[in-house]
Design a protein around this ligand. Sequence first.
Ligand code: TEU
Ligand code: CA
Length: 561
Amino acid sequence: MERKWWHDKVAYQIYPKSFLDTNGDGIGDLRGIISKLDYLKELGIDIIWLSPIYQSPFVDQGYDISDYYSIASEFGTMEEFDELLAEAKKRGMYIIMDLVINHCSDKHEWFQKALADPEGEYADYFYFRKGKNGNPPSNYRSYFGGSCWEPVPGTDKYYLHMFAKEQPDLNWENPKLKQEIYNMINWWLEKGLAGFRIDAIINIKKNLEFPDFEPDGPDGMAGCWKMVESTEGVGELLEELKEHTFKKYDAFTVAEVFNMKEGELPQFIGENGHFSTIFDFSAHCLSDGEHGWYDAPEMEFKKWRETVINSQLEVQKTGFEANIIENHDEPRGVSRFLPEYARTPAGTKMLGTVSLLLRGIPFIYQGQEIGMQNAVWESIEEYDDISTKDQYHIAREAGLSNEEALKVCGKMSRDNARTPVQWSNQENAGFTTGTPWLKVNSNYTAINVESQEAQPDSVLNYYRKLTALRKSEEYKEVFTYGEFVPEYEATESVMAYYRVDDEKRMLIAANFGKTPVKLELKYPVKRVLLSNQEETSAGSGQKPEHVLELESCEVIVLECE
Ligand code: TEU
Ligand code: CA
């Protein structure tokens, strides 16, 4: 396999609005990010992904872009962005931006021109279609609820939007539109950007017949992803995109891809794939409900373990995926993947270890490094997120009480990850001197960066050790390229695996259970590299050498013979 510059990197996602506010308007900003570059460097971060910072009406928090060439004034200026690029470069760090090109904002100039002249050139930048027998062109339900088709005022046409109606889909069949997108991407790459995280990209290929599907909900509609899954040909679009842009710059690209077809992984992330990598969402998809969040299955340890293991075994045949436990669309990993008794510093470290040492590129989401958890939400009004409001509505329609629907949202809401980063135990967790745009999690006095800086055994300091180990001269090779081999699958509560190459054999073993377990070691221990306990049984000389005892929530990283 050809080695790439990004294979051994550790990445970090910043959700700028919630990261750090420096001017008291309650909104995180570029100055805030610049001021924390040293903090990120110390955390061992190489690549920083910024969720969208382009000009936007923020209907979907910046994933609705009204000008691809401007920085949102809420976040700062282009000069500040250039400063961020330069400061990152000084520290040997790379910046990647979010690339939202399946859709733009309805306030984008292209869409405004299309509305002004629905027969004109710009209408063809979008999907303007006539309805069928007084109905929209098809029965698709958008990802955020309601029809995918919205009437074009003053005409008998509709425009397509897979997400909110303020996010019209761009027409990837139009060569002019494609060229505009390529130019824009190259403009940013010329500036010195290292690459992109690519949003919702599988959706760019449409079935131009827009066939109806069997309704799958009480609204008589069918999820628009059904059209995506049954359409061929996205590969050609993605290859063309890569050839005209990323490839020329050796850019790092990490795509958000749901609904991939079977056997397509090599085309996406193989040697000459469309992207450098894609996120591994397999564990997150375990909580996909059939109709929504309200019928989401409970997370079960054994299913989670099996899913992670299978994904690792499959992906390593082909390339690298990007491993996450959470992002800005997902609830906090600690609240989701750990049982209640494990939502402690020890459990948090355990989950982090198991995830960060997997084969692939680890992405840490802001606040994960201090073990931030889901917030407690009292009413639907407290939420900002468009998707949460829709899911609350779906739950109520399905017969859940207000209280029950709130419980469902509390578990799954995207706003759980979007509450401000908890920097200190000061007012508003040190995020802002003003009023935060979204409430601060009330647990900030217990969980915050400042207090964890001061504790040698804090989650934060543990994450620093973890990234340092992964990137150390001695172990970098095995943690980057070493094979993933699962172990102790027969032991109910244990998640364990080796990372192995010709030189080294590393064992990562964690006990997610409530009670201690004993594991028979297959290879003698050479060194204990990391542990989340003050004392470990490995190498202590007190136990038979071949037995490893793991307390509840204990994790250990060993080098074996
Ligand atoms: O998410 C794409 C996506 O598939 C989402 O619908 C996801 O399933 C949803 O967030 C779950 O509630 C991307 C971005 O990550 C997300 O923040 C945007 O809202 C979305 O695209 C539209 O740009
Ligand atoms: Ca601000």
